[in-house]
Every structure is written in structure tokens, then in C-alpha cells.
Ligand binder design. Sequence first.
Ligand code: ZN
Length: 212
Amino acid sequence: MLSARPADARAAIVWAGLGRYMAGMHATTALPATDAPTADTPTLPILTPPHPSLRARTRKVGPDDMDKVRGMVPQMLATMYAAPGIGLAAPQVGVPLRLAVVDLQPDDAPAPVVLVNPEITRVSEDWAVREEGCLSLPGQYADVSRPARVHVRYQDLNGKVQELEAEGLLAACLQHEIDHLDGVLFVDHLSALKRNMILRRLAKELKQKAAG
Ligand code: ZN
């Protein structure tokens, strides 16, 4: 899942051009009311390294998986909103399926997007650098360079194929979540030196937290 410092997220949302993508996404991927999380929806534990689920490849969601997926999505959304974060991929909660949820504006009008079997079909030639975090790497942030714009194809909860063009924060978020489905974390886009530094610092902080 992608987490962003709230001030950054808010600043990024006004990034030119993002609004129309959000509006378009909302119109085509609004969840049925029964799938929206409620105050009673349980949240799921978010896995941290070195849990193998974060490094495992995931399986395509098939027609037989859709009932399970529909049952899981409200819990994934509740988990993402509670964290709080703006994206969460199924492997982060121990489920090896190609499934992720994203919502760039959880504080305002919720506009969740559920991505079943998402794939990046086109990327721009120009790249952009953006600070990223991840709910699986709590408290860790680094500048990550990725294609500035992407075209993504995915299925919604009805199995219908959807496509979207994204730029700005949304483009980074989608690439970050789809990376999770291939066992890739944002630190994998950094130098080995920087990656190891962050993972070591995280391990130390998690150990200290566990020790109370
Ligand atoms: Zn993440």
C-alpha cells in the first residue's frame, strides 16, 4: 500500500489534471453500497518485512475467486482508511491475489477504486520523482522515480474491464500497488545501499516497538 504524508497527499491532489481522472474513475468504479466498509467492518493486520507474502508473486483473480474478493474488499478498504493510507494490495494482508484498492481522498468524499487483475499497458517516456511510503514499511519514506503517466487496465468487482490514464500521485500510487502484486516494494527502486539502510532501520524500529 502506498502511504503518503497527509500534507503531501493533499498538495498532490490539487496537482493539475488529476481531478478529471478521479472524477472519471469514480463514475465508472463506484462500489455497490453493500461493499462499502462500515464502522463494524474488521480491519486486517498489515504485514511487514520479512514476511514472505510481501515477496511472493500473486495469482490472477478468476471468476471463482470473485465472491471471496467481494467479501475481502470492504475489509481491505477499512484497513487502508484506518491506517491511514491511500492504497493497499492484497499481499500486504497475506492474500496472494492480483487485487488492490486505492483511494486518494479518504478524508474528503471517499472515492475507492478496486483494481482486480490490474496491469500497466502503457507508460510515458518522461519520469517523475515523488516521495513514497508504504503501510508495510511504516515510517519509512524515500524519493522514487517512475514513469510520470501510465495507462492501466483492470477489472472492477463485476468483472467488467476498465481502463484509466493516470498522472501525478495516482500514477505513482497505481505503479506502487501493482508492484506489490509482483512482490516488489518501493525500496526496490532505490540503490542497494539506500534500500538496505531503510530495511535495517525499519527492522530495528519494529523490534523496538515489539519490545514495548
Ligand atoms: Zn505499499
